[in-house]
Design a protein around this ligand. Structure first.
Ligand code: C5P
Length: 205
């Protein structure tokens, strides 16, 4: 059995965490968990009228397959339920168990390196300016057929940043021992190459 090897990738919305995490997982043959999906699934159930704590405590795999999880409304709802300590506590064990599975795992989110896996073998903090992130998110939404405009998306990104960075429980911030990758001026391939090089160096240790 291979020893657990955890890669924690944190950062604000639309900085490129998802793309980098999937590429790192594929390159090194690690499992991948997008932890934002857990909060989105709870947020989606809250939008349907459920109590968010009860929703977090009874989350099932099927909740993660909801095709609406990627909408802007669900993203905002996710960042609202993510402020509630009982919601975060209900999702903790699942994330920790995933992180330590044999064969290794990449988890991306906001508090993976700081709270969920402070012992992770590699910690990355992936960031970019709010304007660059809004432009990317706008293109992504347009590709999926959602019509919106730059100012709306930028305001959404900033509201979510503010809520994620200023909450009392597990706020978004780089772990002290995280390596930061600023993707503002990097294309996708360069950002992925930077992450793979950092993870590869630690894996060889
Ligand atoms: O990463 P994504 O944009 O899908 O996350 C949606 C929201 O879920 C974030 O804005 C954040 O509030 C919350 N989240 C969190 N902790 C994580 C992952 C996501 O609080 N580890």
């Amino acid at each position: 059995m291979m020893a657990p090897f955890t890669v924690a990738i944190d950062g604000p919305a639309a900085a490129g965490k998802g793309t980098i995490s999937r590429a790192v997982a594929a390159h090194f043959g690690l499992a991948h968990l997008d932890t934002g999906l857990l909060y989105r699934a709870v947020g989606a159930r809250m939008l349907l009228g459920e109590d968010p704590i009860a929703a977090a405590q009874s989350l099932v795999a099927r909740d993660l397959e909801n095709p609406d999880l990627r909408t802007a409304d669900v993203a905002q709802a996710a960042s609202k339920v993510a402020v509630i300590p009982e919601v975060r506590a209900a999702l903790l064990d699942f994330q920790r168990a995933f992180a330590r599975r044999s064969g290794g795992a990449v988890l991306d989110g906001r508090d993976i390196g700081t709270v969920i896996c402070p012992q992770a073998e590699v910690k990355l903090f992936v960031t970019a300016s709010a304007e660059v992130r809004a432009r990317r998110r706008l293109a992504e939404l347009a590709e999926r057929g959602f019509e919106t405009d730059f100012d709306t998306v930028l305001a959404d990104v900033k509201t979510r940043d503010d809520r994620d960075m200023n909450r009392a429980d597990a706020p978004l911030k780089p772990a002290e021992d995280a390596e930061t990758i600023d993707t503002s001026e990097l294309d996708v391939d360069a950002a992925i190459a930077a992450a793979i090089s950092i993870v590869g160096a630690r894996k060889a240790d």
